[in-house]
Ligand binder design. Structure first.
Ligand code: NAG
Length: 341
């Protein structure tokens, strides 16, 4: 039977749409750094009943190398890597999907669009401009963007490596009603994360009353998040309200996306062992000096702060601990001494 003219026309349109889509993809990915293909990570024995672990991260051009190092570190240290699903947020998913698929061909993943317009009117400038990137605020919107079928995720920043089986973090018990779990740092001076204007206000500090425990600092780069409870409790809106206070009323803090998290969750966070966030390896927000590890066991190394290991390695001025990050670097170098396997 001959094809009707309409079918022929539709087929031709689809074909041309597809090829221009491919061209767009190629053009969009062209300006990204080039990465090697990661080895395939296979499940070990005893994974038949392993739970599916959901991990959320962001992807952008500046931190892509860090994100990929994070992904490969998670897979490399997992006993059941094939049961891990990655959920990536990017302002332009079309640009990053091909890059992820090329470096991790068998990885179950999705890239969702994070619309920077959502936060544009809510970001106030902080002490370090990198903290003001809209994508830095994407973690606030995870529960709205990731499909509702996903009830829990581990959020990871793009400047860290996991050196333990992430399944140990995944089993963090959030019952009866915690929304977030993260390592807490109760010796840090909580007062110093907010301005005098905040503390002297008759109303604002009252948000911290009635918490289960006295509020402690926690780092938002590693969080186990109950997305079902987050959605049910409308926590995105609660965080947004503090961003609006900061932007429209009074300057109540100096950092980026962290203080709203502290205001909403500090004191109600489920504590996690400190080994799951050895943060601060990037130094402070101004100088990015070398830091040493804190005492105790380590499951995750986090280069929070200004200094990033890939930048310091490239500049030929690495800190001693940056050598621990280097084996996870997937960047393809034209002058690489060792051939890719
Ligand atoms: C904590 O920080 C506040 C504000 O920066 C400061 O006034 C206070 O003295 C600090 N407390 C301690 C115990 O260091």
């Amino acid at each position: 039977m001959p094809l009707s003219p309409l079918v022929t026309v539709v087929a031709a349109l689809l074909a041309s749409a597809f090829s221009s889509w491919q061209l767009l993809n190629a053009a969009a990915a062209a300006d990204l750094p080039h990465f090697r293909e990661a080895p395939a990570f296979r499940n070990g024995p005893g994974c038949a009943s392993a739970p599916t672990i959901h991990i959320a991260m962001t992807l952008d051009a500046a931190y892509l190398r860090g994100s990929f190092a994070g992904v490969i570190s998670v897979l490399r240290h997992s006993a059941c890597p094939e049961s891990i699903v990655f959920h990536f947020l990017a302002t332009d998913p079309r640009r990053f999907r091909p890059a992820v698929a090329a470096s991790f061909p068998s990885l179950p993943f999705a890239v969702y669009r994070f619309d920077p317009a959502v936060v544009r009117g809510r970001i106030s400038s902080s002490v370090r401009s990198a903290l003001d990137r809209p994508l830095n605020y994407a973690r606030i919107y995870l529960a709205d963007i990731i499909p509702r079928s996903v009830g829990c995720v581990i959020y990871l920043d793009s400047d860290l490596i996991v050196i333990d089986d992430v399944a140990h973090l995944w089993v963090t018990d959030l019952t009866p009603d915690h929304v977030l779990a993260a390592p807490e740092y109760c010796h840090a001076n909580f007062t110093s994360y907010f301005t005098d204007r905040f503390w002297s206000d008759p109303d604002y500090p009252r948000v911290l009353a009635g918490r289960r425990r006295s509020p402690c600092y926690f780092n938002t780069g590693v969080m186990v998040m109950d997305l079902d409870r987050w959605r049910a409790g409308g926590f995105t809106r609660k965080l947004e309200k503090w961003m609006e206070v900061q932007k429209r009323e009074v300057r109540i803090y100096e950092l980026g996306s962290l203080p709203p998290f502290l205001l909403v969750f500090a004191g109600n966070v489920k504590g996690v062992e400190h080994r799951w966030n050895q943060h601060g390896l990037g130094g402070d927000n101004v100088d990015g000096l070398c830091r040493d590890l804190h005492a105790g066991p380590i499951s995750l190394l986090h280069w929070s702060g200004k200094g990033k290991p890939w930048l310091r390695l490239d500049a030929g001025r690495p800190c001693p601990l940056d050598a621990l990050w280097a084996p996870y670097d997937l960047l393809r170098r034209e002058d690489q001494l060792f051939t890719d396997s």
